[in-house]
Design a protein around this ligand. Structure first.
Ligand code: AMP
Ligand code: MN
Ligand code: MN
Ligand code: MN
Length: 276
């Protein structure tokens, strides 16, 4: 059985490895099919594709689009997209636009809470100025000793209601799915278990995602517990979604699932790669 990992990040967003190094690590860890899915960005695709050809990994071009849904931010993966599609590239650019301003506001907000220089500090961790992410702030705040690890850092500083969090408007769901489909890809709701919604709220989200044309949901993810693998497999069957698998790798040692560590999809779920 082929080993799939369809969600990971490079230095083009908030990962710490260059695209070619992500691919080499995946190859060492016996991944057969890899999708690179940087946040709102596909600049790493060409390098990753070349490295994959050299290491015998089948490469899938992808991206993870930030979307505003009701009061939530959700993430939608585009898998198997044409990385040169003008409308998709334009769409991603529009989503990236505003990240720098948001990051400055995060810096100001942290300054008011007594932490100076966070914007400049976060920048030193970013490979790409137009893609400053909360992760870069977290790495800075941890390194400066304000908090002991990135998980605690998010809880204390970077989620709604905390000093480093500022509101931001991302893409519309129908737009994001339209860009992905227009570029020949499949739209997958990333790590549904991470969204803070009730059971009813989750059904509403899945209804909305399906009505907007969504193709699949991520079932195996480092954001899910093993119990959630089963829960989201059941929801995929009920809603008729295909299922996807991804470590959401950002950095060695940062999460319990490294590249290629994902268990297989539960029985009875159609894999997102069914027609590839
Ligand atoms: P942004 O797109 O700038 O809002 O940053 C979102 C990124 O922050 C996600 O892609 C994750 O990499 C990271 N992230 C979000 N929540 C957490 C958390 N609770 N612990 C660690 N990393 C997180
Ligand atoms: Mn990330
Ligand atoms: Mn995500
Ligand atoms: Mn991700």
């Amino acid at each position: 059985m082929l080993r799939y990992d369809l969600h990971c990040h490079s230095t083009w967003s908030d990962g710490v490895l260059a695209p070619a190094d992500v691919v080499r690590r995946a190859a060492e860890r016996k991944v057969d099919v890899l999708a690179l899915t940087d946040h709102d960005e596909m600049g790493g695709v060409a390098e990753a594709r070349d490295a994959a050809a050299d290491s015998g990994v089948k490469f899938v071009a992808g991206t993870e689009i930030s979307v505003s849904y009701l009061t939530h931010t959700i993430h939608v993966l585009g898998l198997g997209v044409d990385a040169d599609n003008p409308a998709l590239l334009e769409g991603l650019k529009s989503v990236r636009h505003g990240r720098d301003d948001r990051a400055r506001r995060m810096g100001e907000s942290l300054a008011k809470a007594g932490i100076a220089g966070a914007y400049e500090g976060a920048l030193t961790y970013a490979g790409n100025v137009s893609l400053l992410s909360r992760t870069h702030f977290a790495r800075f705040l941890v390194e400066r000793g304000h908090v002991h690890d990135t998980h605690a850092c998010f809880k204390r500083f970077l989620v709604p209601g905390k000093p480093g969090y500022v509101e931001h408007v991302w893409a519309d769901l129908p737009d994001a799915i339209g860009w992905i489909h227009g570029a020949g890809g499949l739209a997958v709701l990333a790590h549904p278990g991470r969204y803070r919604v009730t059971a009813t709220g989750m059904r509403k989200l899945l209804d909305t995602f399906r009505d907007a044309g969504g193709d699949g949901i991520e079932i195996i993810s480092s954001s899910h517990t093993p119990e959630q693998f089963g829960e989201y497999a059941a929801l995929a069957r009920v809603y008729g979604f295909m299922g996807s698998v991804g470590s959401d790798f950002h950095a060695p040692g940062e999460s319990w699932l490294d590249l290629g560590d994902s268990p297989p999809l539960p029985e009875g779920v159609t894999p997102i790669w069914n027609d590839w």
